[in-house]
Design a protein around this ligand. Structure first.
Ligand SMILES: Cc1ncc(COP(=O)(O)O)c(C=O)c1O
Length: 442
């Protein structure tokens, strides 16, 4: 866990050209130049450029709702609010930055980007509405629904690159070849200012704002939102949450320079960025009070919680704030509201089903048993009648004769049952055992 050292909340100011055109981060600047650009971004946010961006994007960007979560408040304490950015057009906050960036481009015929999906999706949507061509490089294992959405918005998808970072590099090279404008997913002044529009909504909608918990990948969202909030309310705590499977910020902040994270696959793929940006790292260091990490099990539970209790479909990256609160990595504010930003909702149905099923199992609501029954008419019916009488719901049943030791007059059956919880599952097993069945749970 990283704790921000004390430093002044007010960013330095500098004379700025209007708009974001002069602040482009492409080609990739070295650390010293990037730190200079970071100062310029801080000055832009301090003087209200996010409000200008809001005017530019408001024809397409929704002002997303802030919802009260009574159940999280009861479990974790405090007043807990959810910023439902998963309900944003295109399914994530990325549209804010993409539209802001497009507004700053002069004379471009097209745009090119590398992304795990949400940036690609939003950029394709924004480009279509602004009359530009869009090409994106996405990792081979990118979410099927995100790839389909990019294509649906008229974007050209190139699958390749072993990671988001690899795709960003491919996109940079492509921009040089074709002359299209390269749009970085997070390390770009206009992208950061655009994401800051979400911070403006929080300042307006949550007068007692005390803590904001933000999913942290490359740092564009966190920098923009934190910059806007700290400029007006330096007392608000800003906490970034990374996936433990790929968390570059804690080590980078401690070293005051970008460090590459070891990365393993995670369900929070949107925040799995191996290296902080040259612009975003100093901004996160300046404004973010704390960075914490969460593991995939907590993220999966948070997704199910949001689905079942809040009726919200939230992808892994979008649910890391809830995971951080529920796992105790983040403490709610004692006074005032703690807002958890649900940054996106683009998740494949298959993954969502797998996460929900895993939750059922961990809660004891899925019971898998193997037993042996007499191989004669009515043998299976007797077993199922006993299960039904106890209120167990049959999900699947399979006869197993291969590779199990059976009497010649027996057959094996493997059952998956839905139960009301661990105690109920236990009772079903006891009843079957009392009726003479030898039960193996597997
Ligand atoms: C849903 C979601 N949340 C959070 C992030 C992290 O944003 P950033 O890279 O700006 O930190 C992303 C990035 O793609 C995302 O898709």
């Amino acid at each position: 866990m990283y704790q921000r050292p004390a430093h002044p909340a007010t960013p330095p100011t500098a004379a700025q050209p209007p708009g974001g055109v002069a602040l482009t981060a492409d080609p990739e600047p070295g650390p010293a130049a990037a730190a200079g650009v970071a100062d310029e971004v801080a000055a832009r946010l301090a003087r209200g450029d996010a409000a200008q961006a809001r005017a530019v994007v408001s024809d397409l960007v929704r002002h997303t709702p802030v919802l009260t979560s009574r159940s999280l408040g009861e479990t974790c304490g405090g007043r807990i609010l959810l910023k439902a950015e998963n309900l944003q057009r295109t399914g994530s906050f990325k549209l804010r930055g993409a539209l802001t960036k497009l507004a700053s481009l002069r004379g471009a015929q097209g745009v090119v980007a590398g992304s795990a999906g949400n940036h690609a999706q939003s950029l394709a949507y924004a480009a279509r509405h602004r009359g530009l061509a869009c090409e994106v490089f996405m990792p081979q294992e990118a979410s099927v629904s995100k790839v389909a959405a990019v294509r649906g918005f008229g974007g050209t998808v190139r699958l390749g690159g072993d990671s988001v970072d690899g795709c960003v590099q491919l996109a940079r090279e492509r921009a040089q070849e074709t002359g299209a404008a390269f749009v970085h997913p997070f390390d770009d002044p206009d992208i950061i200012v655009g994401q800051g529009t979400l911070g403006l909504e929080l300042l307006e909608d949550v007068p007692d704002l005390a803590t904001v918990v933000i999913p942290l990948g490359g740092g564009g969202l966190t920098s923009g939102v934190a910059g806007v909030i700290k400029a007006r309310r330096p007392d608000v705590r800003v906490i970034g949450v990374q996936a433990g499977a790929c968390a570059a910020y804690p080590a980078s902040l401690a070293a005051h320079e970008a460090r590459e994270a070891r990365a393993v696959p995670t369900i929070a793929d949107g925040v799995a960025i191996k290296r902080p940006g040259g612009i975003t790292l100093p901004l996160v260091e300046r404004w973010v009070d704390d960075v914490v990490t969460v593991d995939d099990d907590d993220v999966a539970e948070a997704m199910v919680f949001l689905l079942e209790r809040a009726k919200l479909v939230v992808e892994g990256a979008g649910a890391v704030g809830v995971a951080a609160l529920a796992s105790g990595a983040v403490k709610p504010a004692e006074h005032g509201a703690t807002v958890l930003v649900l940054s996106g909702g683009n998740v494949d149905g298959g993954l969502l089903a797998a996460v929900a099923q895993r939750h059922e199992t961990s809660e004891g609501r899925r019971l898998r048993i193997f037993t042996r029954i007499p191989d004669r008419p009515g043998g299976l019916a007797r077993l199922l009648t006993l299960i039904a009488a106890e209120g167990g719901n049959l999900v699947t049943v399979e006869h197993v004769r291969e590779a199990v030791s059976l009497h010649v007059r027996q057959t094996g059956v493997a059952l998956v049952l839905q139960t009301r919880g661990a105690e109920h599952a236990e009772r079903i097993v006891e009843v079957l055992a009392a009726a003479g069945y030898e039960i193996e749970r597997y």
